[in-house]
Write a protein that binds this ligand. Structure first.
Ligand code: AMP
Ligand code: MG
Length: 354
């Protein structure tokens, strides 16, 4: 995990690649550094920062990410696995301080998403074998009876009571997995830290999900949105100021069994991988909200996403359905340039909530 300062590497993520390739003003220095975090390549892009300050920032953020990864890991022994064991035992216990803020923000976003974003379904995620570094290995899907049993137990974040630092759950089936929000929350903390270090022009990009602040010598950052198959570029957006761009797709953590593909985003209502959607991209000021919302809207699917988006307060959404139709909010349509101009698009206004 030694940081490297470089301007081009084969494994560089698409978003940063584009950010690095657009033309900065001649005096603008742009630096890229990569390290592994959250099981993926994380890249820090800094503009207009002298080398010493950049090196300090890289060191600080690499350490932050290492701590966050350990604090929120879903299956490596640590604070979350310990808390899950105690929740399963129906104990009331002093929660690790690193976990409490994620529990609270997850409770709020789970409620707003009608529990389609549901980090309490760790039991299901584990049953499907997605809590593993090898989740793409071919294997039989779980026994339908075991899936049905966990769905019937209906674990929800609202089953957890946070009382100061004490946690308890009224439902023994609750097992926390922050895989759909931890990266976003971590990127928000990383951006806060950069600002404290006096850095105002930066991108923190973890595996193509990112938050960009400021600009690049007065020019916007140009951000690529990952293609619905996980390769290529679905479109580009310019970011100037402060925005997060997060994509959830059915191309990650996929395994095949007897000719069928099974991906990692589970519909908590059925216990099976969510159907009908290929990818969802959300742009929002907060990376935490963008991350959770992309997962929730993926589960909501091509019909229900507008209502859930309105409830979550996100107004920039791009959902590619199984028929390759690009559904967009008007606010997203205004700023995204799709790579394929012939792609069928459908603009949908978000409903007004009662
Ligand atoms: P993301 O890539 O942000 O959509 O997160 C996907 C990860 O979140 C999966 O690998 C699981 O660990 C977890 N997950 C899967 N389905 C859900 C869900 N419906 N709600 C919350 N977390 C989920
Ligand atoms: Mg997510």
């Amino acid at each position: 995990m030694t940081p490297r300062i470089t301007s081009s590497l084969a494994a560089i993520t698409l978003a940063a690649l584009l950010a690095g390739c657009s033309q900065p003003a001649p005096e603008t220095q742009v630096q890229h550094t990569q390290f592994l975090a959250f099981g993926t390549l994380t890249e820090l892009t800094l503009a207009d920062v002298d080398e010493q300050r950049a090196a300090e920032a890289v060191q600080a953020l690499e350490q932050d990410f290492r701590i966050m990864e350990g604090a929120w890991h879903a299956w490596k022994p640590g604070p979350v696995t310990r808390a899950n064991w105690l929740l399963g035992e129906q104990r009331r216990f002093a929660a690790p301080p690193s976990v409490v803020p994620l529990v609270k923000v997850s409770q709020e976003l789970a409620a707003k998403s009608d529990n389609l974003f549901n980090p309490a379904i760790g039991g299901l995620i584990q049953l499907w074998g997605f809590q593993s570094d090898d989740s793409t290995v071919s294997r039989a899907p779980p026994d339908p009876a075991a899936i049905a049993k966990l769905v019937a137990a209906n674990p929800r974040m609202s089953d957890i009571t946070v009382d100061g630092f004490m946690l308890s759950s009224r439902n023994p089936a609750v097992q926390m997995d922050f895989g759909a929000i931890g990266k976003g929350y971590g990127i928000d903390l990383a951006i806060d830290h950069l600002r404290q270090l006096g850095i105002d022009n930066a991108i923190v990009n973890s595996g193509g999900d990112l938050r960009a602040i400021g600009d690049k010598g007065g020019q916007p950052w140009r951000i690529a949105i990952r293609g619905a198959d996980g390769n290529g570029v679905l479109g580009v957006v310019d970011v100037k100021g402060d925005d997060s761009v997060f994509t959830s797709g059915n191309y990650e953590r996929v395994f095949e069994w007897q000719g069928k593909r099974y991906h990692h985003i589970l519909d908590p209502r059925t216990g099976y991988p969510a159907q009908g959607t290929r990818s969802v991209t959300v742009i929002h000021h907060s990376a935490t909200v963008a991350d959770a919302a992309a997962t929730a809207l993926f589960v909501a699917g091509p019909k229900d996403w507008p209502r859930i988006a309105a409830q979550l307060g996100v107004d920039q959404v791009l959902l590619v359905d199984d028929d390759n139709v690009a559904h967009m909010t008007p606010a997203m349509a205004k700023r995204v340039t799709l790579s394929d101009p012939g792609m069928v698009t459908r603009i949908t206004e978000l409903p007004t909530l009662p």
